[in-house]
Design a binder for this molecule. Structure first.
Ligand code: NAD
Length: 516
């Protein structure tokens, strides 16, 4: 491959030193009370008297205590949502909704440091990635503002049908919709749900993950300051099996936008289907990367390594499976080992950290089990992974895992959700494509080659929502981000024109002449 790029300039996402700003500590402390949910513009403690701790996974320090929302609070939030909807929100113009959204964007920018603290200290993310995440709210708001301006809300054009009947479509928001989001990209995924839902004219219930609820609770507070009427944005913290379950079982919620794991997505779909609530799901992946014989193995190993380690592999379409052509396999494997073994493991708030803690006490056991399963299914160890410690930080730390195995062996676990790469040597692109597509997941895969035309042809053959050439974990507003197979559906995905349709109901209206 003729390239001028210096592979050594490609580094993993890296931390700058970060400490809790005073407003973050004050927000978490909440005057000595647990942080409540936000319902109808009020902070509510919850009727169950249940609270849970929110921690820093790098140190296990308790950052805040949060009240868990029960059935009564879900019910109250639905009622508050409808009061706000019928009390005026449904009659707001798109421009009024955009104005409020842009005020919220400004306040998020003003309080960026506090939100960074949520992502870094609670989410366990390195600052380089956290900074990038915070830019999403504005980009998402800008994009969906332009989309919302093109929607023909209300009556469509009249057609004459069936011997003189007038008929037309009528488009309106659902009313009250819910978003249930995971812990790994809290601000980004809050934006992906909330922005199109609100701009379409709905009132929202937002259920953040019990692991990372702080940014959603803070955004709920800012929404009030921005001027959103009480009840338009309600935030319901709590465990999935409790608060989340009550949301999915509530017949008053017309639509649920879910992002999370396939198993939970299926449970929500089953619960919501009993009362006809629509559900759209964006779920996990088991991403693959194909390294073609004309790729520079040193360069591509670092690019793939960087993506495999994005948020330490806790990214939905992260690369766990690599199919490297036999002509570059040895060099690629050597360069990947070098890159991964040099990742700096450490506290996510300390300068230079590239591989920080996993999110909670359950993950290390799950990840170690995934590595053991891979080995039991024939994988050989290059970098063994497993638990490790970081001096001065009592968090949930693991080493990176690099394995090799025979092509076609069943040594690729489902989503490991850590920096875990299993490399297989393949004879041809066709063989690699067959293995890449031999999974129930279908979120994102990539091919790495200087031949962009050939790369694009191969990318189109992935059975994934996103096919990529020389990049991975990519998103862009205006292009659908969605999954095939158990990774998501129905429809195109989030962040495209079609997404706003998810938040609208379309009716056909027929008007026949009165006889006589
Ligand atoms: P999860 O499925 O465990 O939880 C997601 C959300 O669902 C949380 O808010 C949780 O409290 C809630 N929940 C859990 N059980 C529930 C139930 N029975 N009823 C209702 N709600 C319930 O996922 P997670 O561990 O928070 O996040 C990781 C997963 O999310 C991975 O699978 C990852 O790939 C996926 N993910 C997908 C995307 C995407 O855009 N496709 C983006 C980020 C993460």
């Amino acid at each position: 491959m003729s390239t001028t790029a210096d592979p050594l300039t490609i580094e993993a996402f890296t931390a700058e030193s970060f400490s809790a700003p005073e407003p973050f500590t004050r927000f978490c402390n909440n005057g000595g009370k647990p942080l409540g949910g936000i319902i109808g513009g009020e902070e509510v403690p919850g009727s169950m008297n249940a609270i849970f701790d929110v921690i820093n996974p790098g140190t296990k320090e308790i950052l805040a205590t949060v009240s868990e929302m029960g059935y009564d609070e879900v019910n109250d939030a639905v009622a508050a949502g409808y009061r706000a909807f019928h009390g005026g929100w449904k009659n707001t113009s798109v421009e009024e909704r955009i104005d409020l959204m842009m005020k919220l964007v400004d306040l998020l920018e003003r309080d960026k440091k506090l939100l960074l603290a949520c992502e870094i200290l609670n989410g366990g993310k390195v600052s380089e990635l956290a900074h990038g995440d915070l830019t999403h709210f504005k980009s998402c708001a800008d994009y969906f503002s332009s989309v919302a301006r093109t929607v023909n809300f209300g009556d469509g054009g009249v057609m004459s049908v069936n011997n003189g009947q007038d008929a037309y479509t009528f488009i309106e928001p659902w009313g009250v919709v819910a978003g249930i989001v995971p812990w790994n990209y809290p601000v980004v995924l809050t934006a992906w749900f909330m922005v199109p839902a609100l701009l379409a004219g709905n009132c929202v219930l937002l259920k953040p993950s019990e692991e990372t609820p702080l940014s959603a609770l803070y955004i709920g507070k800012l929404a009030e300051e921005a001027g959103f009427p009480a009840g338009v944005i309600n935030v319901l913290p709590g465990r999935g099996e409790l608060t989340g379950k009550f949301i999915s079982e509530h017949p008053g919620i017309r639509f649920i936008g879910f992002t999370g794991s396939p198993g939970v997505g299926q449970a929500i779909l089953n619960a919501a289907d009993k009362h006809g609530t629509r559900v759209k799901r964006e779920m996990g992946g088991n991403g693959s990367a194909l390294v073609l014989p004309d790729a520079d193995p040193q360069l591509v190993a670092r690019m793939i390594g960087k993506n495999a380690n994005q948020h330490y592999g806790q990214t939905c379409s992260t690369i766990h499976r690599v199919y490297a052509h036999k002509e570059v396999y040895d060099d690629f494997l050597g360069a990947t080992e070098e890159f991964m073994s040099n990742l700096k493991i450490g506290n996510q708030a300390e300068a230079g950290t590239q591989l920080g803690p996993v999110i909670n006490s359950r993950q290390p056991q799950r990840i170690v089990q995934g590595i053991e399963n891979a080995k039991a299914n024939g994988a050989s160890t290059i970098l063994s992974g497993g638990r490790t410690t970081v001096e001065g930080s009592d968090g949930y730390y693991l080493k990176p895992t690099l394995l090799t195995s025979e092509p076609g062996s069943r040594s690729n676990p489902q989503e490991v959700f850590h920096c875990f790469v299993n490399v297989q040597k393949v004879e041809s692109v066709e063989e690699a494509l067959g293995y890449a597509n031999d999974t129930h997941y279908g979120l994102g895969s990539s091919v790495w080659t200087p031949d962009l035309e050939r790369g694009a042809q191969i990318a189109k053959q992935f059975r994934d929502g996103t096919g990529q050439v020389n990049c991975h974990n990519t998103v862009a507003y205006g292009l659908p981000y969605g999954g095939m197979g158990i990774s998501g559906g129905p429809g195109a995905g989030v962040n495209c024109e079609e997404t706003i349709r998810d938040y609208l109901q379309v009716k056909s209206i027929f008007v026949a002449p009165y006889p006589g």
